[in-house]
Write a protein of this length. Structure first.
Length: 60
């Protein structure tokens, strides 16, 4: 029943940008990219992805 409620909630209202960014940040594995994301605290999903890509490029 919980999955049904979750699906209904997601279908009813799209996630806000700050929620998308937070979920993305929580999903990044521990390391320099995650550290930089939590240090910079992006406000949007696109900003979070941009920071992660830049940091990943610098680490490699």
């Amino acid at each position: 029943m919980e999955l049904h409620n979750l699906e209904a909630a997601v279908a009813g209202a799209p996630l806000s940008e700050d929620v998308k960014a937070t979920v993305f940040m929580d999903g990044v594995r521990t390391g320099p990219v995650r550290t930089e994301l939590f240090r910079r605290q992006p406000n949007t999903f696109n900003e979070a992805v941009h920071i992660a890509m830049l940091e990943d490029h610098c680490v490699r």
